[in-house]
Design a binder for this molecule. Structure first.
Ligand code: DAH
Length: 339
């Protein structure tokens, strides 16, 4: 048996010398030292040896196994190092080569305008409010003094989820939500998507964006509204922008007005953007109707307020010179890249 063990040892030493790859080395190691390997088999068969032989053979097997293990390990290290050197030689990286260009996206023009307007109003001490796009009809209409027979409530104009719930047709319901939850002084703007049953063309889309503004406090007057809008127009559209009010009607404001800005392209002389008018229609506004204050739990004898609301698409189109609103929603990267 001693003879056999020495033979295994010798054979294995020779083998290790000739092996040149790691896989083969691992296979050989299993063959000699593994659970079913040759040395283990000998250890298993020791039951048939005499009492005197057993410890001698046992210790010889262990000795050989330790030796072989050392040899296998050192060969493994050698082969690994050789592999590494070879890879370092062949897989060289040219760190001076230009890297792949990563193209970063940019904010959508609508988002850009919203952010810009937010900055302007934050600078004037406003807070940004938010409200649901799927809204109760009560907030979209009733609390805003818009009676059940008002034409805006028609299914022709507004998307109904059921009799009581609509896709908000304006950001104005956020006014009511804020007033119910907060005591004056209130100074908020609310940007967001709104929905109307309009067919798509160059100036209409069933979904578009508005920014609502609301201020409620003691002694708020029309002059505050005008001054605020003037300041906003100058910051957003240019220092020389002028503003004018035309009488109008909204159910939730009294008096109500539409505000125009002098054309920021031609400065008021008349051009393609203002269609020769010199003025561009900007927004709806007015003094918050006493009924609206009352509906939202604010005493109209003590407090007054102003509100305004405008379409973001219209501003984006005028500012960026976009002639067709559909471009803003088609997500064509060639179009969006320009902003
Ligand atoms: N909600 C109106 C609309 O969609 C715009 C508007 C007009 C908002 C007057 C206001 C306002 O807050 O006071 O046409």
């Amino acid at each position: 048996m001693e003879e056999q063990i020495r033979k295994i040892k010798q054979e294995s030493i020779e083998k290790i010398k000739t092996i040149e790859n790691l896989k083969e080395l691992a296979d050989e190691k299993v063959k000699y030292l593994g659970k079913k390997g040759e040395l283990t088999t000998i250890l298993r068969g020791m039951g048939s040896l005499s009492k005197e032989e057993r410890p001698i053979i046992g210790s010889l097997v262990n000795e050989v196994r330790d030796e072989l293990e050392i040899l296998f390990d050192s060969k493994e290290k050698k082969l690994k190092r050789k592999d590494l050197l070879k890879r370092l030689e062949t897989e060289n990286i040219d760190v001076t080569e230009p890297s792949k260009k990563i193209t970063l996206g940019s904010l959508h023009p609508i988002t850009q305008i919203i952010k810009e307007v937010e900055e302007i109003f934050l600078g004037m001490g406003y807070e940004i409010a938010d409200g649901p796009e799927v809204e109760k009809a009560i907030y979209n209409f009733d609390k805003l003094n818009t009676p059940p027979d008002h034409p805006a409530r028609d299914v022709q104009d507004t998307f109904y989820i059921n009799d009581d719930i609509v896709l908000r047709s304006q950001t104005s319901p956020v006014q009511a939500r804020v007033m119910e939850n907060k005591k004056p002084p209130i100074k908020i703007i609310c940007p967001g998507a709104v929905y109307r049953s309009d067919s798509v063309d160059a100036t209409h889309s069933p979904v578009f964006h508005q920014i609502e503004g609301l201020v409620v406090d003691k002694n708020i007057a029309m002059t505050d509204l005008k001054g605020t809008l003037e300041m906003f127009a100058k910051k957003c559209l240019g220092e020389n922008t002028k503003i004018r009010f035309r009488p109008h009607h909204f159910p939730f404001t009294e008096p109500s007005a539409e505000a125009d800005v002098s054309c920021f392209v031609c400065g008021g002389k008349g051009c393609r953007v203002c269609k020769g008018e010199g003025w561009i229609e900007l927004l709806g506004c007015g003094m918050v109707h006493p009924n609206v204050l009352k509906n939202c739990g604010i005493d109209p004898e003590k407090y007054s307020g102003f509100a305004f609301g405008f379409g973001v698409e219209r501003i984006a189109m005028a500012k960026f010179g976009i002639e067709d609103m559909r471009l803003l929603f088609e997500n064509d990267i060639r179009f969006l890249k320009q902003f």
